[in-house]
Design a protein around this ligand. Sequence first.
Ligand SMILES: Nc1ncnc2c1ncn2[C@@H]1O[C@H](COP(=O)(O)OP(=O)(O)O)[C@@H](O)[C@H]1O
Ligand code: SF4
Ligand SMILES: [Mg+2]
Length: 332
Amino acid sequence: MPMLEVKNLSVDFIVEGKHLPAVTDATFSVEKGEILALVGESGCGKSVSCMALARLVPEPPGVYSSGSIKFKHADREYDVLGLDKKSLREFRRHRISYIFQEPSASLNPVFRVGDQIAESIFLRGDVDNESKVRDEIISVLKQVGIPEPEQKMMSYPHELSGGMQQRIMIAMALASKPDLLVADEPTTALDVTIQAQILELLREIRNRTHMSIILVTHNLGIVADMADRVVVMYAGHVVETAAAKTILKEPMHPYTRALISAVPKLTHQKEKLATIPGSVPSPASYPKGCRFFGRCLLAENITAPKQELCISTVPAIEEKRKGHFCRCHYSK
Ligand SMILES: Nc1ncnc2c1ncn2[C@@H]1O[C@H](COP(=O)(O)OP(=O)(O)O)[C@@H](O)[C@H]1O
Ligand code: SF4
Ligand SMILES: [Mg+2]
């Protein structure tokens, strides 16, 4: 079994009595030491999928309506959606850490950053000696490339730049020594140079510690540089999964193809931002059949009787080639 195995997961939100399907029938896995990229336009269910991994989608309004999330550590297996409160707390403390786009979502403005890292170390429950904690704070700050760690640990978040705050968040995440780091668009708010440094840091951490990473991004350049495997989400569905190289070279699903051909190209020295025509439907109005119908170039070019299947029936996700899964009636 892989380290993390998500099977047929559905997460709904109940808003004003209506069930809104944020994630539907999602299946994916993460191996130890692997970097898995999660891609798709805004609103496709990437963040909800990530939060669900530690059962962090608030209930209500969220409901885990079907599926399972299994996590393996040494000889222990966690069935995340079935854990009692105590085991869930233990799972969140030890197995999984999150970093988000905005450091302010995780950093508390009124505490010194060193104290916030200390909290992550204490929560682990295996260090109680103050000088050991201090040594570990300094070590983890060094690992994330923060200069003068002895001084920086005394700073408050607002005294640090955005890039440094993001490094502190990564330090906090590392301090809890998780098996899986979930990085939800960790560099979207940063400028390009700092972005590259933070991504390089994540890659270096993976290489050194064999931590697994789920990296949410809508930047396919980042996917090419960082990811081992890719999960593409569209309107709450996983529509394609394969090795990163395969997805980038031989995308199978019409949505993935559209995403790749929408990558900004340099034309006449001006960056032209191509986008996919149309927009992602909202969960309140998902169509009965394939959720990509209406924006799909493949469907546009098939006969009307064949289109009927796209309109009437949600395609199942199938392994079309070894290790390459795709949710489409017609793509091969
Ligand atoms: N707390 C919530 N209440 C109701 N709907 C939500 C909530 N959080 C997310 N959603 C909906 O779930 C869907 C997936 O959201 P999300 O996972 O954040 O997308 P992504 O991260 O891919 O941009 C969206 O339609 C979003 O509006
Ligand atoms: S099932 Fe039909 S609409 Fe959906 S992606 Fe395939 S061809 Fe396009
Ligand atoms: Mg998101």
